[in-house]
Design a protein around this ligand. Structure first.
Ligand SMILES: *[C@@H]1O[C@H](CO)[C@@H](O)[C@H](O)[C@H]1NC(C)=O
Ligand SMILES: *[C@@H]1O[C@H](CO)[C@@H](O)[C@H](O)[C@H]1NC(C)=O
Ligand SMILES: *[C@@H]1O[C@H](CO)[C@@H](O)[C@H](O)[C@H]1NC(C)=O
Ligand SMILES: *[C@@H]1O[C@H](CO)[C@@H](O)[C@H](O)[C@H]1NC(C)=O
Ligand SMILES: *[C@@H]1O[C@H](CO)[C@@H](O)[C@H](O)[C@H]1NC(C)=O
Ligand SMILES: *[C@@H]1O[C@H](CO)[C@@H](O)[C@H](O)[C@H]1NC(C)=O
Ligand SMILES: *[C@@H]1O[C@H](CO)[C@@H](O)[C@H](O)[C@H]1NC(C)=O
Length: 439
């Protein structure tokens, strides 16, 4: 820093020592090469040994007064205290001591740096495989920036190195480094970090600082998409979500108020499955940055529940009336069959929520027990309805409807009717019409 002046001065000292008679006193300035962080305080000590007389000290700091510090002399020691070091203190400080008129001097070369905190990474909502995301890494109040290298890492693997230009460095500055990152599936959940290294080997300075990118869950998956468990058996479902920090996984049973936490070490475990454990579950993955959810329906397999049988009419139908018998179940995986006792069956396909029997003009001969049966691989359940038909009084004038009665006698069609179904069930159901003849 002091350049030509110092050189001339050093020369002058050498010449002096040659000219003057042998000089015994020793001058030490410590530390000779301080490496110091901006904002710290630095104390330089100048000490004279083996001086037979009085010593006088003088400090030379090539700075204006406000930066030069205070010195304190104690016979053979002088201390210079510089408070709150700034970048401007990257200079040489000279301590001159005179012992009985003989001068000596020592120089301390101060190296100032500033690397006060870890890189700052904004929180990332989520990382999705094959989607490019801008990641930024900011260094605050660093000096000298041209000696700082920034790397992006995944675990230990270097993803990208900052190639910044050589900056003109005479002040502490902020620096942001942006990296366009396209994670692969394997990267998700890993530590993505920004590492800054300040390396000044000539003064023995090497420091690194590291920060992990925090990101919310981006991808969530469940080990089984259509989980089912037999009554009394065991089911385990795992939920996985990436994110950093590692998301907390919680399983909730929906359709309960409030939803019940059902997780055991991130897994949904159903032991000794019962009917009440069937239904929708939700995996909730969250970390301080974000949250992601996924739902799954657990089916419990066992003998069907008792189905329902209903008549479209209130009370007993009258002869000639148009009636419909409905056989239904709110379970998914059953095959429904509706039939008249000791007669052939009308069946729906598996998974049809209902089967209908329509008798457009009911007759006394249609009376009897009708059976609605639900069947699956684990058993059969049924229910019945006893239909009695009220005879019409035959005084009623016939000529009006002679044709209507005749063709209907003895035969009814068995139909599944979309219109009625919609009335019973909101969801659309594909109904195959199946006809049988009752005789
Ligand atoms: C050293 O300093 C003291 C007091 O400051 C003085 O009395 C003494 O004469 C000085 N000695 C010499 C050799 O100059
Ligand atoms: C240190 O110096 C800086 C820059 O000159 C100033 O902003 C800061 O307030 C000083 N701190 C103290 C403790 O004096
Ligand atoms: C660095 O950023 C901080 C915070 O945003 C700001 O207060 C400061 O002035 C910035 N320093 C420089 C040198 O731009
Ligand atoms: C990610 O980094 C944190 C802290 O730096 C560490 O505790 C954690 O084990 C790392 N995780 C992985 C998957 O390496
Ligand atoms: C399974 O549950 C049923 C009904 O709740 C119970 O009767 C039975 O004892 C349970 N079995 C076991 C092994 O816990
Ligand atoms: C009987 O009623 C059902 C629905 O209630 C209707 O779809 C059907 O057309 C009716 N049949 C006759 C013959 O009126
Ligand atoms: C059906 O109901 C009728 C009239 O209520 C009754 O007489 C008949 O015994 C019942 N049939 C059965 C099988 O219960």
């Amino acid at each position: 820093m002091c350049g030509v002046k110092c050189i001339t001065f050093a020369l002058w000292i050498n010449i002096l020592s040659v000219i003057t008679e042998k000089n015994d006193f020793i001058l030490e300035l410590t530390p000779p090469k301080p490496v110091i962080h901006v904002g710290s305080d630095l104390e330089l000590t100048c000490r004279v040994n083996a001086c037979p007389g009085n010593v006088t000290f003088m400090w030379t700091v090539l700075l204006d007064n406000s930066h030069s510090g205070r010195s304190k002399d104690e016979q053979i020691v002088s201390r210079l205290l510089i408070r709150n070091i700034t970048v401007k203190h990257s200079i040489s400080v000279v301590c001159k001591a005179t012992c009985e008129g003989k001068p000596r001097q020592r120089t301390s070369a101060i190296q100032v740096f500033s690397f006060p905190q870890d890189p700052v990474l904004p929180k990332i909502k989520s990382l999705i495989a094959n989607q490019t995301q801008k990641l930024s890494c900011t260094l605050y109040n660093v000096f000298p920036l041209n000696r700082i290298q920034i790397e992006w890492l995944r675990g230990d693997k270097i993803l990208h190195v900052d190639q910044h230009e050589t900056f003109f460095d005479d002040h502490v500055q902020n620096y942001s480094f942006v990296f366009n990152y396209t994670p692969s599936v394997l990267d998700l959940g890993k530590n993505i970090s920004c590492k800054a290294t300040l390396n000044m080997p000539e003064i023995g300075l090497y420091k690194t600082r590291n920060s992990n990118a925090e990101y919310g869950p981006g991808t969530i998956s469940i080990s089984s998409n259509n989980p089912s468990v037999k009554l009394g058996e065991h089911l385990e479902i795992t939920c996985h979500a990436d994110g950093n920090p590692k998301p907390t996984i919680l399983w909730w049973k929906e359709e309960t108020e409030p939803a019940q936490n059902k997780s055991q070490n991130e897994k949904l475990i159903i032991n000794n499955a019962s009917w009440s454990q069937a239904g929708w579950y939700r995996c909730d993955a969250s970390n301080p940055v974000g949250r992601k959810q996924m739902r799954v329906k657990v089916i419990v397999l066992g003998p069907p529940k008792i189905p329902k049988i209903q008549l479209s009419h209130r009370g007993d139908p009258k002869e000639g009336e148009n009636i419909t018998i409905l056989c239904s179940s709110d379970e998914g995986a059953v095959k429904l069959t509706l039939y008249r006792q000791s007669q052939s069956a009308a069946s729906g396909a598996v998974n049809e929520p209902a089967v209908l029997l329509n008798i457009p003009s009911v007759q006394i001969t249609d009376e009897g027990i009708y059976i609605c049966e639900a069947k699956n691989d684990f058993g059969i359940k049924s229910c019945t309805i006893n239909i009695t038909v009220e005879a019409q009084q035959h005084e009623v004038k016939m000529p009006d409807l002679p044709v209507a009665i005749l063709p209907a006698v003895g035969s009814v069609s068995l139909l599944t009717i979309a219109g009625l179904l919609i009335q019973y069930f909101r969801k659309k159901a594909r109904i195959n019409s199946s006809n049988i003849t009752l005789s």
